[in-house]
Design a protein around this ligand. Structure first.
Ligand code: GDP
Ligand code: MN
Length: 393
């Protein structure tokens, strides 16, 4: 689950990282009021930032500075409602603008190969890190955190020095360690600060000082670990959640939309992947990954069918059920019920083996469903039904 910058920042603050104060506004008037508070607190400019779950907002015109509350209101009015990479902006973040001297990248991802958290840093911050990684991989410093002890002091120092932050060593070490803690504490699979910036600010006595601040934050949480963090559920942004994803979640179905034309309904994640592979081998392209889960009853099967059919690209459906805890006859009943509700005619090929397969076969034959014995046969029939030409041998 991706979370918004403002929420990501609150998780960084919880680990003691330096983030300028911010407010979230849903209207130009709210943005004006937030800006007014920043100006009253001594800011000479504010930054207004679109809150959407995509990167590159700056380039898309979703990050702007304002010099007065009136200007903040006007700019917020332009950003709210803006389309950024297909998403409508519904809220903006308002914060005192930082006076940036240099921008860095600091991020952590789960490195599954190494089974460790990988901390990455670059002195070429601000821009999208994917671009740096592609063009100049040497410009990225990589350090694996200790699996039990987290990022150790010497590792954090190594990162600070490698980025040329020796003048800010203590702050950089605290930020690098805090970033890894943020990752672990929330079961995140990505935490990014881009930019981590050296900013000019005023100390309490009015003297000018340079300090490190986290000006942007991006966090992706591991969906499978959300049950361990009930508090984080509040960060789910329903404005931006795809309605199909929301429906799947509500039904307890694992569903991932893909680009093909053959809808797949399978029980078990491994079997679902195998089914997709076989669809491809038969010359087709799967329209989705769908695991109806163990012990699925008729209602859940019907819900899965609605999810598959909500994709207009689907031209055929392949149902592949290996009955264990899941009863074949329940699935067959669900399919029959779902077909009755179907709003458009889509050919369906069903393979059900295992628990209560005979009863399932009887029900399906009676209801005139197309069935298949083997998975290869089912895939071939579905591909043929979708009208996909087999690639030349
Ligand atoms: P992103 O484009 O979605 O990654 O959004 P960011 O929050 O990273 O903003 C993009 C760029 O806008 C940054 O790299 C900065 O150069 C600039 N920016 C963001 N916040 C501030 C700020 O407070 N002051 C100034 N002067 N520039 C900012
Ligand atoms: Mn950024």
């Amino acid at each position: 689950m991706k979370i918004q910058e403002a929420d990501a920042k609150s998780l960084l603050v919880a680990q003691g990282l330096p983030v300028p104060p911010w407010a979230v506004a849903r209207s130009p008037v709210e943005a004006r009021a937030a800006a007014e508070r920043s100006f009253n607190a001594g800011a000479d400019k504010v930054v207004i930032k679109a809150q959407v779950l995509v990167g590159g907002r700056g380039k898309a015109g979703g990050v702007k500075l304002a010099g007065s509350p009136a200007e903040a209101e006007e700019i917020a009015g332009r950003i709210l409602g803006m389309d950024i990479k297909g998403i409508t902006v519904r809220k903006v973040l308002v914060a005192p603008a930082a006076d940036i001297l240099r921008e860095f990248y600091l991020g952590a991802v789960l490195d599954r190969g190494a089974r460790r958290i990988l901390l990455m840093g670059s002195a070429e911050g601000g821009v999208e890190i994917e671009q740096v990684a592609a063009e100049r991989p040497d410009a990225i410093v990589r350090i694996h955190a200790h699996p039990l002890l987290g990022l150790l002091d010497w590792q954090a120092r190594q990162m600070a020095f490698a980025l040329g932050l020796s003048a800010h060593r203590q702050a950089a070490v605290a930020i690098a360690k805090g970033l890894v803690r943020t990752m672990v504490a929330n079961d995140a699979d990505l935490v990014e600060i881009n930019p981590l910036a050296i900013v000019r600010s005023r100390a309490a006595d009015g003297a000018e000082q340079l300090e490190l601040q986290c000006l942007d934050a991006k966090i992706t949480l591991d969906d499978s670990a959300l049950a361990r963090h009930p508090g984080l559920e509040a960060f789910r942004d329903l404005d931006e959640e795809d309605p199909t994803d929301a429906a799947a979640r509500a039904e307890g179905i694992s569903f991932i939309k893909l680009d093909g034309t053959i809808g797949c309904m399978v029980n078990g994640a491994g079997l679902a992947m195998t089914t997709m592979d076989l669809v491809k081998r038969a010359g087709g392209e799967p329209a989705n990954f769908l695991d109806i889960g163990g012990g699925a009853r008729a209602e859940r099967v019907a819900a899965a069918m609605r999810l598959i059919l909500s994709d207009p690209k689907v031209r055929a459906i392949l149902v592949n059920i290996f009955g264990g805890i899941t009863r074949g006859d329940e699935v067959a009943r669900g399919l029959i019920e779902a077909r009755g509700l179907q709003t458009r005619e889509v050919p369906m090929v069903v393979r059900i083996v295992g628990t209560n397969a005979e009863e399932a076969a009887r029900l399906l034959t009676e209801a005139r469903f197309e069935t298949a014995g083997s998975l290869d046969e089912a895939a071939a029939k579905a591909v043929a039904a979708a009208g996909v030409a087999r690639p030349a041998a």
